[in-house]
Design a protein around this ligand. Structure first.
Ligand SMILES: C[S@@+](CC[C@H](N)C(=O)[O-])C[C@H]1O[C@@H](n2cnc3c(N)ncnc32)[C@H](O)[C@@H]1O
Ligand SMILES: *[C@@H]1O[C@H](CO)[C@@H](O)[C@H](O)[C@H]1NC(C)=O
Length: 377
């Protein structure tokens, strides 16, 4: 690796890689319909680290808007959602996770990062389980009182579940293996890389209840449907998906309408996320207009802050472990600057203590809620 510490060699390698895989702009131009391989990710990271966006994100130039208030990217990782396509960030994150399958937890356990979930405390799963808060969120969402009553009435008939925005389907995997083991679960995401991971490690032969499918460009986008018949589903799950993180807009209304189409008459829409408190208030007005009524509502914000505190050590380790495989990180000048930006981007995504998104949960600007909605009779 010594030679790679030489900037000249690095730039040359970067140039070759870039010539082979023309890099899109990491913050906006990556495609979710494509699974980026290891060499391609090296090229993308090299281009990203050498690009002027690093200086911009470090506050050396004007040009990036933060989400308002006293937040600054270089200190707390704040960046306005509109500044980048979420899809690009996920494309690279999922590729990075897959590229780093042997993360080490603070308890010395080896694991692959599959939950893209903040989750909350307390968790019923053991303290040395590195993904226990995400597991708590998924298990809690599908065992809300209304969901348990529904399941009881259904008796031996398998639950038909659809998830929109499943990521690698880590939560779906937990549900089909442990929480509702007889369920038929269709897990949907717009990211090809995430669905590939699902098929490789979650929807395996020993877990026949789980199926993962990619929905190119996402459910609801331009009227895109879920590949599911009308009135056929017991539970639709959405957990920590960037729906309604700014407002209940056209996309959200399309998605809710699609959920209504596929739910059975008594079926439940089980929704959990940390989004602005005002958007939850807007949902209380908009979902009833689309024919839903609220049947469970639980505020997990305090537990979500505790989860981020409890998870701090693990996430600190993850950031180093995720960024470590990229040659460009070893380059003088460019490497440390890029590492800092990468760390801040990942930290804010994880609502890591000290970041803007963490502080927003502490102040109650954002709320982590679990809700169950039913179609109004
Ligand atoms: C923060 S990740 C969470 C993934 C998963 N729910 C978890 O907790 O691990 C959000 C996911 O939602 C997906 N997503 C967002 N909007 C979507 C849509 N309209 N249709 C399908 N997937 C969507 C993204 O591709 C991304 O994988
Ligand atoms: C949830 O609880 C937090 C306090 O932990 C509060 O600030 C917030 O307003 C509550 N959100 C909702 C939607 O009730």
């Amino acid at each position: 690796m010594g030679v790679l510490k030489n900037v000249g060699a690095l730039v040359a390698i970067g140039a070759v890689l870039i010539a082979i895989f023309p890099p899109p702009d990491v913050l906006s131009g990556l495609s979710s319909n494509h699974d980026h391989g290891p060499l391609e990710i090296q090229a993308i990271m090299t281009a990203f680290c050498l690009s002027p966006i690093i200086g911009t994100l470090l506050g050396e130039r004007e040009g990036i808007d933060t989400t308002g208030g006293d937040f600054k990217f270089e200190e707390d990782g704040d960046i306005e959602n509109d500044e980048y396509a979420q899809a690009s960030i996920y494309a690279i994150l999922y590729a990075m996770y897959k590229n780093t399958p042997n993360l080490i937890s603070p308890h010395g356990k080896t694991y692959q990062f599959t939950f893209n979930t903040w989750g909350f405390a307390p968790s019923p799963y053991p303290e040395d389980d590195p993904q226990r808060h995400g597991k708590a969120a998924y298990a809690g969402l599908v065992t809300q009182p209304a969901a348990l009553e529904y399941k009881k009435k259904l008796g031996d008939t398998p639950l038909e579940i659809v998830e929109i925005g499943c990521g690698t389907a880590a939560g779906a995997n937990l549900i089909t293996r442990e929480v509702h083991p007889t369920a038929h679960y269709l897990a949907l995401d717009m990211q090809q890389a995430a669905i590939n991971t699902c098929n490789a490690i979650h929807a395996t032969e020993d877990n026949p209840g789980l199926t993962c499918k990619v929905v190119p460009n996402g459910v609801g986008n331009g009227g895109n449907q879920a590949p599911v018949k009308d009135s056929s589903i017991d539970f639709v799950v959405i957990s920590e998906t960037h729906i309604a993180d700014i407002e209940i807009g056209d996309l959200e209304k399309e998605i809710f309408t699609e959920i209504r189409r596929i739910l059975k008459p008594n079926g439940l829409f089980l929704w959990g996320n940390a989004i602005p408190t005002r958007v939850w208030e807007q949902a209380d007005v908009e979902l009833p207009k689309l024919g839903f009524e609220l049947v469970n509502n639980k505020n997990h914000t305090e537990g979500a802050v505790i989860a981020r505190d409890e998870d701090k050590e693990r996430v600190d380790m993850v950031m180093d472990q995720l960024l470590e495989p990229y040659y460009i990180m070893n380059a003088p000048y460019f490497g440390p600057r890029c590492h800092k930006v990468g760390e801040r981007l990942i930290a804010n995504f994880y609502r890591h203590p000290g970041t803007a998104l963490y502080l927003k949960m502490v102040t109650g600007y954002d709320s982590y809620m679990h809700q169950a909605w039913r179609i109004k009779k």
